[in-house]
Design a protein around this ligand. Structure first.
Ligand SMILES: Nc1ncnc2c1ncn2[C@@H]1O[C@H](COP(=O)(O)OP(=O)(O)OP(=O)(O)O)[C@@H](O)[C@H]1O
Ligand SMILES: [Zn+2]
Length: 487
């Protein structure tokens, strides 16, 4: 079966041909480990997990290598470590934060039915490779040392002749435009506004390593060089697929391409670039900085979103109902629908006595849409058809439904329990009720004083709790706003 994938670089869906069919190589940018992952962060993990499963199916499980890194060096990690463990030396505190966050991340994505990647490299274990790439870039005239920093020069890359891609191609931006649009207050160690950091000095007490480029003081790597180094170490100079969220296209992936292609004198880093769309709340990207996020853990184990906890299979199915490149609006109503789907699938397969832990083969009717740039919703539409037939007594349809669910990682073993635990409509407790009432009142006050920004902020905060606002009229016909759990 032909696999077709959309490539961000060429902006088209193309037939996928691995560089080496005996080892298909995929790299996906992983989490920065300083806090619980939110459900937006789970989207690339789930999307590329399905692709990993598909590649294993098409090429053989032992012929696919999936690398997803762990970024364990970052300012946000340092800040969190200093805040949470003020009594400990910073390096020890950092280790505590990163080890604990990595464990939490694994528990969470395991619960979402994701397979572990073949390799999960940590940035701090690849500093030698980062230094080696930086030395190559300096030697090639693509990078320079200034005030104990090493900077990459996109201008030098585009001035070089022969065989290199032009900087800006992946993001579809021209360097000239970027220069024109650059802010005026450029850091003093940069020759050009578009130059980016490969290596920087560490502050006292921060993690540090011997620096490249003849710099005598110890330092630490920039973020982009980490992925060039880890993909090189585990997949080589060129590999098949590089993935991540759409927000990573620029600057992160653009800079990875620049570093890797200039260091290894190659025209491409990855043959296919794939990016998932945003998971959104009320039309905005779910993100830590906007504060409109709900963690995977909260969804699985608390009633923070939509007034009840949600089984991993329900979260996963909800994620798979939307094409991976389209935005998803994350609502309690969508989760409730997925829960209903799983309940009805459970009813459809249970009478046929299929082995719940057994892995039935995925039907071609599911592989075919997935091989067409991961068309999840067409695959799920097939599952609904089989459920209908299975309910009417069709054993083969039940087996196909089970096979599709197993292939998609929808954890059939947990269906029965999931359905039971969610059967009773969760009661909204008094504390939540009081909190929602207070937020609605605060929003009304903000609107009365024409503070629209605050009123929008509160609406978003409620949306992130799975609560929607309802405009209505009171007994005297005056407009009032009430709330309800989105269902
Ligand atoms: N709302 C979202 N929808 C889809 N993917 C997302 C979303 N937010 C982050 N990602 C993806 O999650 C992965 C981990 O990213 P990272 O650890 O940098 O999170 P982040 O972008 O810092 O989160 P935040 O945006 O909340 O600050 C990346 O592939 C990123 O593209
Ligand atoms: Zn990366």
């Amino acid at each position: 079966m032909e696999l077709r994938l959309y490539d961000t670089l060429s902006r088209e869906k193309r037939a996928f041909t691995p560089l080496d069919p005996t080892l298909v190589r995929m790299y996906v940018c992983g989490p920065t480990v300083y806090d619980f992952a939110h459900i937006g962060n789970a989207r690339p993990v789930i999307v590329f997990d399905v692709l990993f499963r598909l590649l294993r199916h098409l090429y053989g499980a032992e012929h696919v290598k999936y690398v997803r890194n762990i970024t364990d060096v970052d300012d946000k990690i340092n800040d969190r470590a200093a805040r949470d463990y003020p009594g400990l030396p910073l390096n020890e505190a950092i280790r505590k934060v990163t080890e604990q966050t990595e464990r939490q991340f694994h528990d969470d994505v395991d619960a979402l039915g994701c397979l572990r990647p073949t390799v999960e490299p940590r940035a701090t274990e690849h500093i030698d490779e980062m230094r080696a790439i930086i030395e190559k870039l300096i030697a090639g005239g693509f990078a320079y040392v200034e005030q104990d920093h090493v900077l990459f020069s996109p201008g030098a890359m585009n001035a070089a002749n022969g065989g290199l891609p032009r900087y800006g191609t992946l993001a579809n931006r021209s360097l000239d435009e970027m220069i024109a649009g650059a802010r005026v207050d450029v850091a003093p160690y940069k020759r050009d506004a578009t130059d980016f950091v490969l290596w920087k000095p560490s502050k006292p007490g921060e993690p540090s390593w011997p620096s490249p480029g003849g710099i005598s003081t110890p330092g630490r790597p920039g973020w982009h060089i980490e992925c060039s180094a880890m993909s090189w170490k585990h997949l080589g100079e060129r590999f098949d697929i590089h993935g991540g969220g759409i927000d990573l296209v620029f600057p992160h992936h653009e800079n990875e391409v620049a570093q890797s292609c200039c260091a290894f004198h190659t025209p491409r880093m990855a043959e296919t670039w794939m990016h998932n769309g945003f998971l959104q709340v009320e039309g905005e990207k779910m993100s830590k900085s906007l504060g409109n996020f709900v963690t995977i853990r909260e969804l699985l184990a608390t009633d923070k979103f939509g007034g009840r906890s949600w089984p991993g299979a329900v979260l996963r199915l909800t994620m798979l109902k939307t094409h991976y490149r389209s935005p998803i609006d994350w609502t309690a109503q969508a989760l409730q629908e997925s829960l209903d789907n799983i309940a009805s699938w459970n009813d459809a397969v249970t009478p046929h006595g299929l082995d719940e832990a057994g892995s039935y083969p995925p039907p071609d009717e599911v592989i075919a849409p997935l091989a067409d740039d991961l068309n999840f919703s067409r695959a799920i539409a097939e599952m609904h058809q089989w459920a209908k037939a299975a309910r009417a007594g069709d054993y083969l349809a039940a087996k196909k439904l089970a096979g599709a669910a197993d292939f998609l990682g929808l954890q059939r073993v947990a269906w029965d329990q999931a359905v039971q635990s969610c059967a009773a409509d969760a009661e909204i407790d008094d504390a939540s009720r009081a909190k929602f009432d207070a937020l609605v009142a605060a929003r009304a006050a903000a609107r009365a004083s024409k503070n629209w920004a605050e009123s929008d902020r509160i609406r978003d905060e409620l949306a992130a709790l799975g609560v929607v606002l309802k405009d209505g009229k009171d007994a005297d016909g005056k407009p009032v706003t009430t709330w309800e759990i989105a269902r």
